[in-house]
Design a protein around this ligand. Structure first.
Ligand code: DAH
Length: 364
């Protein structure tokens, strides 16, 4: 409470004069002095006690001591107010009200401080640096998918998506995988329980399904890649997991050859891994390509199998209504975990799925 000393002195002088007039003498002057001293003392002590209160119960003791209805010290000061002479009453009353308000404010401030502490909030110190938020990161598989999309985009391959729950046609039939083929075995696929009379659905076992979906919907020429999850009931080990990701690539144009396939894969491999990469084809078999190859990549002195590829079988082109006399295509399917593990030197693909942030936060 700020006082203008001159005004205070002047008011005090006026009150002295008034006391003379009303015949109130020394006793009244002493009472006024005592009142003023007690008001100041009470305010200082109450403010100190309340702001020092470390918990609710010590604040409550302070409240009772100073503001208590029966024998609080504020009551005592109120009694002193009653003993003031007529000349001092008006100013004393105002001062007393100010005191009451100041004490209430001290009490509320202390209460708010303790409530904040109870909620775990530190007392606010605006000069402290802010609390930095912990930023998340993209998962290494997501980072790999984006990188593949970016590299293939430079060659004009558009990234498309297909459903993870597939039907027999897209997962097998249209890819020239006949009904008796072992790849359709219920032990090698996650078939879904469907109502009787409905043809079985399954979690797709390969992203080659998307080749069919895109060719059914569009006319050639086309260049697409599709990256996503596939599912196989494999026992998890360092190189297998019942859910993993594949990159599917498909290019159908007039005059496409194996040479295009190999150039695209070599461009991809050296862009993705960086530096000197060799790509090797080994003869293989896939029902939907002819010829078919396994794709190996050599990087840092080590050959690693990355997936399969080949020229799209004319029967597949015919199944989606393309004319194999007019267009030809190549296709490839690579394991996303495999290429990510190779690039980053990860020995066990299960690490990608353990959700250990100490592992995951290393990738960028
Ligand atoms: N879908 C095959 C698999 O999961 C990989 C594959 C092989 C994809 C040859 C292709 C391909 O597009 O041409 O094993």
């Amino acid at each position: 409470m700020a006082h203008d000393d001159n005004t205070a002195d002047k008011n005090a002088a006026e009150r002295d004069a008034a006391r003379e007039k009303t015949g109130e003498g020394t006793a009244a002057r002493d009472a006024a002095r005592t009142f003023t001293v007690e008001v100041e003392r009470l305010l200082a002590e109450a403010a100190a006690a309340m702001s020092a209160a470390a918990d609710a119960s010590s604040l409550e003791s302070a409240r009772i001591e100073f503001l208590g209805a029966k024998s609080g010290r504020l009551k005592a000061v109120q009694k002193l107010l009653g003993q003031l002479g007529a000349a001092d009453k008006p100013a004393g009353g105002r001062r007393f009200n100010e005191l009451k308000q100041a004490l209430a404010a001290c009490f509320e401030a202390a209460e708010a401080r303790l409530a904040g502490a109870a909620r775990g909030l530190p007392p606010i110190d605006v000069t402290l640096p802010g609390v930095a938020r912990r930023l998340g990161r993209h998962h290494p598989i997501t980072l790999t998918i984006r990188r593949v999309q970016q590299i293939m985009g430079r060659l004009g391959f558009e990234s498309v998506e297909g459903p993870e729950v597939e039907d027999q046609w897209h997962n097998f039939d249209a890819l020239a995988i006949p009904p008796e083929h072992p790849a359709r075995d219920p032990l090698d696929n996650f078939y879904l329980a469907v109502a009787k009379g409905h043809s079985p659905l399954l979690l797709r076992s390969q992203t080659s399904t998307v080749q069919i979906r895109v060719m059914e919907a569009r006319k050639p020429p086309l260049r697409i890649i599709s990256l996503g999850r596939v599912y196989r009931p494999d026992t998890a080990d360092a190189t297998h997991y019942p859910m993993f990701h594949q990159v599917e690539g498909l290019c159908v144009e007039r005059g496409t050859t194996m040479a295009h396939l190999k150039s695209v894969l070599r461009f991809f491999a050296s862009s993705f891994l960086g530096g000197d990469v060799h790509v090797r084809f080994r003869p293989s078999f896939f029902p939907f390509t002819e010829p078919s190859v396994e794709v190996d990549m050599e990087w840092g002195g080590r050959w690693v199998e990355m997936g399969g590829a080949g020229m799209v079988d004319p029967a597949v082109l015919a199944a989606v209504g393309y004319d194999p006399e007019q267009v030809s295509g190549f296709a490839f399917g690579l394991g996303v975990e495999r290429i990510a593990a190779r690039r980053h030197g990860v020995a066990d693909i299960r690490d990608f799925y353990r959700n250990d942030v100490r592992f995951l936060e290393q990738f960028r």
